[in-house]
Design a protein around this ligand. Structure first.
Ligand code: M1P
Length: 269
């Protein structure tokens, strides 16, 4: 039986029913922007027999479908909770939960000031390679990439090495934090070629509110234990806030292989 066709006990009938285990996506469940391995999916399916499982990623939902699901398996079949864009787009057992929007929160005039400044700044950079889609507009955030999101895998890796040396993203983030200090925004470097911009508090801890709401729905569950596994758990990383949040038990992983070893050890699988 594959992960997708497997059946799972109802959430309130799982052997450890008050516990939910959340995972970051890139470099935790999958290599950055790549597919999850069959071994990882099989291990998650085994874990799901015991507890509720979910992922919380900075990326938008379509990227997580690409990385964790397949053309015939929706990612919402593989996890009890799917939290895209830090939980701004959210599903429980395949059904959408309430969502909020970045543009509604910020308003068009401020958004235009911000995006115009970013595009001018990027236009003046002199990078070895530049591609397209420098600002990706999402429901709960914008994602800014100096090389452009259309970079190929090889170009993305080359940019990442260049950025580690020349601190292109770190410098731009520093400038934006200062210039737009009155906007109430967080600038978070979570991946290889870009950084995310969203309102303060809309980091990965945002998804914990959805879990807390579960206790309020009829027959819902109060999740008293929330595990979180992520790789960018240091200060400034996009897993830091949820990893250090008092409502979670944080696990810092090096990569998907290490994550699998830690899941097996923690949950006796
Ligand atoms: O999940 C981590 C990050 O993954 C992508 O980053 P990049 O393309 O730079 O590797 C983005 O989707 C980003 O939003 C996300 O935080």
């Amino acid at each position: 039986m594959t992960e997708a066709t497997a059946t799972y006990p109802a959430l309130d009938k799982r052997p450890i029913a008050n516990t939910v285990v959340l995972f970051d996506v890139d470099e935790t469940l999958t290599p950055a922007r790549r597919h999850a391995s069959p071994e990882m999916l099989a291990l998650l399916a085994a874990l799901r027999q015991k507890v509720a499982i979910g992922y919380v990623g900075g990326s938008d939902f379509s990227k997580q479908q690409e990385q964790l699901g397949t053309s015939s398996i929706p990612v919402t079949d593989l996890f009890d909770f799917c939290f895209a864009e830090n939980g701004l787009t959210a599903y429980k057992l395949g059904a959408p939960l309430a969502s909020t929007s970045f543009i509604k929160w910020l308003g068009e005039p401020k958004y235009k000031q911000l995006v115009k400044f970013i595009l001018h700044y990027i236009a003046d950079l002199d990078l070895p390679v530049m591609r397209g889609t420098f600002v990706e507009f999402r429901n709960g955030m914008i994602n800014v990439s100096p090389i452009g999101r259309n970079a190929s895998q090889a170009e993305r890796e080359a940019f990442n090495a260049y950025d580690n040396e020349h601190k292109v993203r770190e410098t731009l983030v520093g400038i934006l934090r200062e210039k737009f200090s009155d906007y109430g925004l967080t600038f978070s470097i979570g991946g290889q070629i870009s950084f995310d911009v969203f309102p303060k508090g809309w980091d990965k801890t945002y998804c914990l509110g959805h879990l807390e709401n579960e206790a309020k729905v009829p027959g819902g569950i109060e999740y008293t234990t929330v595990h979180f596994f992520g790789d960018k758990t240091g200060k400034g990383g996009n897993d830091y806030e949820i990893y250090t949040d008092p409502r979670t038990i944080g696990h810092s992983v090096l990569n998907p292989v290490d994550c699998m070893a830690q899941i097996k050890k923690t949950f006796d699988l």
